[in-house]
Design a protein around this ligand. Structure first.
Ligand SMILES: [Zn+2]
Length: 267
């Protein structure tokens, strides 16, 4: 419940079963103000730490989970995946916990260890393997797409827990859409090199020297290529820049801007 007593409106993936708790926060229901209004979950964008801590509690505890059990990362737009367990509880979320790992994806098979990734325009990804009972959470901007953080998470689940790509359910959360994401050659060149088969299908021509990039579709195609059946991937298709009334968008709002969160936890 929010401070006003209203239930918080989270976004969810209909393909995720009740065996996992998951949600994507919106910007509503928190205590932050100004560009961070109101449920900003990032302590790295200039918001007051005590408000961020409060907001994280509103989101996580509103899902029936404990903030002190939750794990978050210092996201660096790479493709490193870290395996977390009970001993990491509170890491990256509580001040007194060990510093967060510098990485963009994490996996666990420990029940009661919620994984939290933050985003404004990058793509938040939630993974669930109902057979091996493992979960993952990742964050992919264009650099993460180029470096392959989504397929890296699929591989890491396999290596750590024996997860098969064909068993995975993956939710592709809100991110800046093709409608609003114009990129130029410094982005297009590495994208072409990393995704020679996909890049034309995930871009649309724009003004000279520019293309519009569909990040959610890029990541979805990477997941399919990594072996996840298309029918087991749900893309919300929601553009952050088109919906500042619901979500944060650094591109649309400028800096500073808040971050919403995507969370998944095994029961
Ligand atoms: Zn848009």
């Amino acid at each position: 419940m929010s401070a006003a007593g209203q239930p918080l409106a989270h976004l969810r993936f209909s393909l995720m079963p009740d065996a996992v708790t998951h949600a994507i926060s919106t910007r509503h229901g928190g205590a932050s103000s100004g560009p961070f209004a109101s449920l900003n979950l990032s302590a790295a964008v200039g918001d007051k730490p005590e408000l961020v801590r409060h907001n994280r509690g509103v989101f996580v505890e509103g899902l029936g989970l404990r903030l002190e059990d939750t794990v978050a990362l210092a996201q660096v737009h790479g493709c490193r995946v870290v395996q977390v367990s009970d001993k990491d509880k509170g890491r990256g979320v509580l001040d007194e916990a060990p510093p967060p790992e510098r990485a963009d994806a994490m996996i666990t098979n420990a029940p009661g260890v919620p994984l939290l990734v933050l985003a404004a325009d990058c793509v938040p990804l939630l993974f669930f393997d109902p057979r091996r009972r493992a979960v993952g959470a990742a964050h992919a901007g264009w650099r993460g797409a180029v470096s392959g953080v989504a397929p890296a998470t699929v591989r890491a689940l396999g290596q750590a827990f024996g997860s098969r790509p064909g068993d995975l359910l993956v939710g592709v959360g809100p991110a800046i859409g093709c409608c609003c994401y114009e990129v130029d050659e410094p982005v297009l060149a590495p994208l072409r090199a990393a995704l020679p088969e996909e890049w034309e299908q995930v871009t649309q021509p724009a003004r000279p020297g520019h293309c519009r990039l569909d990040l959610q579709e890029t990541v979805r195609r990477q997941l399919v290529r990594a072996g996840v059946p298309a029918a087991q991937i749900q893309t919300l298709g929601l553009c952050t820049a088109c919906h500042p009334e619901i979500l944060y968008s650094e591109r649309a709002e400028g800096r500073p801007s808040g971050r919403f969160g995507a969370l998944i936890a095994l029961s």
